[in-house]
Design a protein around this ligand. Structure first.
Ligand code: GLY
Ligand code: MN
Ligand code: MN
Length: 436
């Protein structure tokens, strides 16, 4: 759990970067209609959650460094006993103060009267322009109102600065509490993958393995899958973001499962590929060993001081060498890497930042250079080989094999920690688990 103290520290750190005479404004995620009278399950905006922990829609956060009457101001829905009977509890402004530590809180309906006064006189507005066009228009209207009153001495802000950049950079470096939550999220996802391996058999449908995975998430208290679970049997594994999950699993095929959960807003993201019937064929095993070697090489390269691209480069080399050894690529390894010949089989990068968003925020380059890996960063390592079923350049036995192996790793003071080590990934370990 993220404690109140940590939310307060985040706000303090952000405000110290913003400096005096500024204001940051953020909006809560809107509710989205799924079908008439029903909404998608509500998910708070990650930046808003990161800075407040406040779980409701129709809320606006203002952070005003140095404001004497309080720096942390929240606008939120009023209490409404009648609506709460239908839609659930609301904190209300009093709850925003008592339960979420807001210094000042107001009903969201009063924002037109209050927020312009908070903006007036501040030089800089930190705000993520362009994400919410309706709110952009409100903000501009408030600023224009202040401009219109310039003759009475009102001072409109002179500068709009992107807020996301500051918050995303903070989110890239995970605290001990965040890593601890991500470890838990990863453990649940690892158990889910073990469950799917244990229960897999020919004749099941992909959605049935999806159900086993998501059962483990839900029963462990993880509110949602962190993204739509991918369960691709046979050639479906070659579709990188295959989410239909409607096909039957065939004897002799592999199944690729890419699924992770979200626990208290922190994602896990695991891929395992295993034989539906519990035993790898020779061709499947040969490709699998190449992907696994690439993944292990990437984890070895994912250490403090290396740069973001090092693990990816490691996967490209091992995969290219492996494809040459197996006869799927012909030529010199260095030339094949130079010409990106591997791209027909390995067309994505080796990973991404992981955190509150599955593809988490944070720059990958600083000053046009790949950034260095530092303590507190959490990322995925997920090379794969996908051989299109209609690739006539390769021998028939290879066609339609798709394999990805994905783990989540954290760069800590003690070195690189594999958060998802709870699910097997060698051929022998997988076959043993499935046999047992
Ligand atoms: N599950 C999406 C990804 O692995 O990036
Ligand atoms: Mn994934
Ligand atoms: Mn991923």
């Amino acid at each position: 759990m993220i404690k109140a103290k940590e939310f307060a520290r985040r706000r303090r750190d952000l405000m110290s970067m913003m400096g005096k005479n500024s204001i940051a404004i953020l909006t809560a995620a809107p509710e989205k209609v799924r079908s008439k009278d029903t909404h998608f399950p509500y998910r708070q905006d990650s930046n808003f959650q990161y800075l407040t922990g406040f779980p409701e829609p129709e809320a606006v956060l203002a952070l005003i460094p140095g404001r004497e009457q309080g720096e942390f101001v929240l606008f939120c829905r009023d209490r409404d006993p009648k609506r709460e009977i239908w839609d659930g509890y609301r904190a209300g402004p009093a709850g925003a103060v008592s339960d979420y530590d807001a210094d000042d809180a107001f009903p969201i309906g009063d924002i037109d009267d209050i927020l312009p006064g908070l903006i007036e006189g501040r030089e800089r507005v930190y705000y993520a322009v362009g994400k919410d066009q309706a709110f952009d228009a409100h903000l501009m209207a408030w600023v224009n109102d202040i401009r219109a009153q310039a003759r009475t001495g009102a001072v409109p802000p002179g500068e709009f600065v992107d807020l996301d950049h500051l918050v995303h950079e903070m989110r890239l470096f995970k605290s001990a509490a965040e890593i601890s939550l991500m470890r838990k999220s990863a453990k649940i996802a690892a158990r889910a993958h073990c469950r799917a391996m244990t229960l897999s058999k020919p004749g099941l449908y992909e959605y049935q393995l999806q159900a086993e995975i998501e059962h483990e998430f839900a029963t462990s208290g993880a509110s949602f899958p962190a993204y739509s679970s991918i369960v691709g049997g046979g050639v479906n594994a070659c579709v990188l973001h295959y989410v239909e999950n409607r096909c039957q699993l065939a004897d002799g095929d592999l199944v690729l499962i890419d699924a992770g959960c979200e626990l208290e807003h922190y994602a896990s993201d695991i891929t395992r590929t295993f034989p539906v019937n519990g035993t790898f064929s020779a061709a499947q095993k040969a490709i699998y060993e190449v992907v696994l070697a690439a993944q292990l090489a990437a984890i070895e390269a994912a250490v403090e001081g290396n740069h973001w691209d090092d693990p990816h480069l490691a996967t490209v080399r091992v995969i290219t060498e492996g494809l040459v050894d197996l006869g799927l690529l012909k030529g010199k390894v260095d030339d094949l890497i130079e010409n990106k010949a591997y791209f027909d089989f390995y067309m994505h990068r080796a990973g991404h930042w992981l955190g509150m968003d599955v593809h988490d925020e944070g720059d990958y380059k600083v000053d046009h250079q790949w950034r260095l890996l530092e303590r507190g960063m959490v990322m995925t390592v997920e090379p794969g080989i996908y051989i299109a079923p209609d690739n006539m350049q390769v021998a028939k036995r290879w066609r339609g094999i798709g394999i990805r192996i994905e783990d989540d790793i954290a760069i800590t003071a003690k070195g690189t920690e594999v958060l998802t080590s709870g699910v097997p990934k060698t051929v022998a370990e997988i076959e043993a688990l499935m046999a047992g």
